[in-house]
Design a protein around this ligand. Structure first.
Ligand code: PAF
Length: 271
């Protein structure tokens, strides 16, 4: 991969990287489209990164669809697909980890200890392998975006982090590879996430700025759904994730499936 990227650089091509864990859907493809528009060469990495999954999480059953992914990426016309093996990425003896402090201790970081260390480590390695000018991430994983932006700025990676809007189903559910775990009843119940965000955005639009009141609107909408269990509902600053900004963030459990979503309440809610 590094050889290919070096060749592109020698030809003065701008390189766009879309890091993924495969099981590609329209959300990923919107990142690929943006990368193709904005760069001369595009590489998509497909790697289910074991070190960002905690013990007891869904690493073993994480959806995998290699043929479908390949067909989608070929049709999109990407220039390279980088698909390292686990031992390529973490050969025996590998012991270095990348840690972003502070922002990784709260919300997703608190719920999933070690998750962001795994993400920051693999993203650093993917950047090293592909030397991108720009890298593309989905707003759906808002805290991951904030962590990766911090990482890129703090260690002067010279990579512009581009963030693309969340792609949603017609009923508002954010696309996620993990939606595949939901049965029909759970799938219907999952719409409570976007309903909650919509209600909070409406309240914000009417002038509600009290974080406790906005949080209550989010929690009540989740608690009204019998199949859903609230993990957190907060309104935070989008860059630091400190309390008190305008980004509403939610995590819920539906059955065994953990789902997250978010919306910047300053923006009109889509749909
Ligand atoms: O968002 C994801 O799919 C993953 O966290 C990423 C950025 C590809 C790193 O493994």
């Amino acid at each position: 991969m590094r050889e290919i990227a070096r060749g592109w650089r020698a030809d003065a091509c701008a390189i766009g990287l879309v890091p993924t864990m495969g099981a590609l859907h329209a959300g990923h493809m919107s990142l690929v489209e943006a990368a193709c528009r904005e760069n001369d060469r595009v590489v998509v990495s497909v790697f289910v990164n074991p070190i960002q999954f905690g013990a007891g999480e869904d690493l073993g059953r994480y959806p995998r669809s290699p043929e479908h992914d390949l067909a989608m990426l070929r049709a999109a016309g990407v220039d390279a697909i980088y698909k390292p093996s686990v031992t390529d990425m973490y050969p025996p003896g590998s012991s270095t980890r990348v840690n972003v402090h502070g922002i990784t201790d709260i919300l997703e970081g608190a719920a999933r200890p070690g998750h962001f260390e795994g993400v920051a480590t693999v993203v650093t390695k993917l950047f090293a392998a592909t030397s991108p000018d720009r890298a593309y991430f989905g707003q759906k994983d808002a805290q991951q975006v904030a962590v990766v932006k911090r990482l890129a700025a703090d260690i002067d990676l010279g990579v512009e982090i581009r963030v693309c809007p969340t792609v949603r189903e017609a009923d508002g559910l954010a696309l996620s590879s993990r939606n595949a775990y939901l049965d029909a009843a759970e799938r219907q119940a999952a719409v409570c996430l976007s309903r909650a965000l919509g209600l909070a955005a409406e309240a914000y639009g009417r002038g509600e700025r009290n974080p406790a009141r906005l949080q209550a609107i989010l929690s009540e909408a989740i608690e009204a759904e019998p199949l859903a269990r609230l993990e957190y509902a907060e309104v935070v600053d989008p860059a630091t994730f400190a309390a008190g900004g305008s980004l509403a963030v939610l995590a819920i459990l539906i059955g065994k499936t953990r789902l997250i979503d978010n919306h910047d309440l300053k923006l009109p809610y889509p749909g």
